[in-house]
Ligand binder design. Structure first.
Ligand SMILES: [Zn+2]
Length: 487
């Protein structure tokens, strides 16, 4: 398989990137020290600092975000957080130019920026990071992060390495480090942007890092991973689960020392299967494009909330607080780190349970678990009676990028049959969208090694939200159970 990101792609084309890297290093180190000081201080001191950060974010939003000032006008000036009306991605994106607090940022120029894959990881307007997300609500999102937010995310990741159940650090001494990110490529997605930014700013890191695309056929992906033989792998739970299944089946021979899981919820059975297969710990990172690093796992495998920089409010259908121990209908997130595009009481759509019991690891911060969506791995017929498995995120990426669909639902009803639901609307536009989807899927599945033609039907119904999780499961099988989980 051709390396999707050859080493040359990582070399910083702009010497200013090195300068930015130096500045970010200084800012990140200061934030890391602050985090350690937070941990050593009392719970009251931590709450006071968080409240001060929240007050500063709300003041900035009220004075510089025309949309949020209007959105909160009925609550009156100085209203506390819980009195502010929650927001959805649809509302924020519909008022993008009024939402951001820097008037130089406009939806049209950000859209031009993210339309160019060559600019992934580049500093927008010389100072911001930009990433996009389709997510599960169906409305594409564009997120702009300021320099301080980026330093804070870096510090939270750095602090995570201290507290998470990583392998004995001595095992890394004297041996080369090879990092692998296995992700959906080709777009300005958060993980890829983060990775590419670091590689642009720190060329030494770039020499030890590779990105592997989940859009490649699974056997080619496994071959490329085997060749690179990574010491650390970062990916989504669905992908790590599938890689573990490949390893168990003898189609992969990896010996990683750390695994990082993010982007979706990792369930306990999956975590144990991945850890047993690869013989190393999985560090789980719970975050979203709207708020990186909401929580990360500890030695006791529980997710601790990064409460210094995130306010998380589990709520019911009427947006009323849900007590610890009970699963929420959705969760409102407030990101205290980023001031250029304030995320305040944002309806994330995840069902979250705050644990009622403290964690055995000794960390006093609240722990939580997430029941996110779980898209299914699809199976198709290949040559010689074999079959190929296709990762749900790969299909989602193809439908979004090549067909321009955002809100859709694809159900596999047989090995050679798929049914597509898209938003109701003009019949000609629906038909054109369906034709684009059919072309893109046919091309993609052929590349994956699918031997028989797969029939695609357009259904009249609109995509259906999952009643339990409140999320749109975009890729699913008729039975709802994926093949890999049975492996
Ligand atoms: Zn813990």
């Amino acid at each position: 398989m051709a390396d999707p990101f050859p080493p040359g792609a990582f070399v910083a084309s702009d010497p200013l990137d090195w300068w930015r890297g130096g500045c970010e290093w200084v800012r990140c180190s200061a934030r890391l020290q602050e985090l350690w000081a937070d941990r050593l201080g009392s719970a009251q001191a931590r709450r006071d600092k968080r409240d001060a950060r929240l007050a500063s974010l709300l003041a900035r939003a009220r004075t510089h975000s025309r949309f949020l000032a209007r959105h909160w006008s009925s609550a009156g000036p100085g209203a506390p957080l819980h009195a502010l009306t929650p927001v959805t991605r649809g509302e924020l994106m519909a008022h993008f130019d009024d939402w951001v607090t820097d008037p130089e940022i406009r939806l049209d120029n950000v859209r031009r920026f993210v339309a160019d894959p060559a600019r992934i990881g580049e500093a927008f307007l010389g100072r911001y990071a930009v990433w996009t997300s389709s997510g599960t609500t169906g409305v594409p999102g564009i997120y702009v992060q300021d320099e301080d937010a980026l330093a804070i995310y870096g510090a939270l990741l750095g602090a995570q390495a201290d507290f998470a159940p990583t392998t004995d650090p001595r095992s890394f001494m004297g041996s080369p480090v090879r990092l692998a990110l296995v992700a959906a490529t080709g777009g300005h997605f958060a993980g890829i942007v983060w990775w590419q930014r670091l590689c642009r700013m720190y060329p030494l890191l770039a020499a030890h890092a590779r990105i592997f695309s989940i859009l490649e056929p699974l056997d080619a992906l496994c071959k490329a991973l085997d060749e690179w033989n990574p010491t650390s792998i970062a990916s989504y739970p669905t992908v790590l689960t599938q890689l573990a299944a490949e390893q168990r089946a003898g189609r992969l021979q990896l010996a990683p020392r750390t695994l990082l899981s993010g982007g979706e919820a990792l369930c306990e059975t999956e975590r144990r299967a991945i850890e047993e297969t690869f013989g190393c710990s999985v560090v789980e990172d719970y975050g979203a494009s709207e708020c990186m690093n909401i929580a990360h796992s500890c030695r006791a495998h529980r997710l601790h909330l990064n409460e210094s920089w995130v306010v998380l409010e589990p709520v019911d259908e009427r947006m009323q607080p849900v007590p610890p121990g009970e699963p929420s209908f959705t969760v409102l997130v407030t990101n205290l780190a980023n001031h250029v595009q304030p995320i305040v009481r944002y309806d994330l759509g995840d069902s979250v349970t705050i644990d009622a019991e403290p964690c055995d690891c000794g960390d006093e911060r609240p722990t939580l678990h997430v029941s996110g969506r779980a898209d299914d791995v699809l199976e198709f017929d290949a040559h010689h009676g074999e079959f190929v498995r296709v990762l749900p995120l790969a299909i989602e990426t193809v439908l979004e990028k090549d067909s321009g669909l955002s809100r859709f639902q694809l159900t596999q009803t047989a090995r050679d049959e798929l049914r597509l639901r898209i938003e109701p609307g003009d019949s000609h536009e629906r038909r054109r969208a369906f034709d684009r989807a059919q072309k893109a899927l046919t091309r993609f599945l052929a590349k994956q090694g699918v031997a028989k033609p797969v029939r695609l039907h357009l259904e009249d119904e609109a995509p259906q939200i999952d009643r339990t999780s409140g999320k749109l499961r975009r890729i699913r099988t008729k039975t709802g159970s994926s093949a890999d989980r049975a492996t």
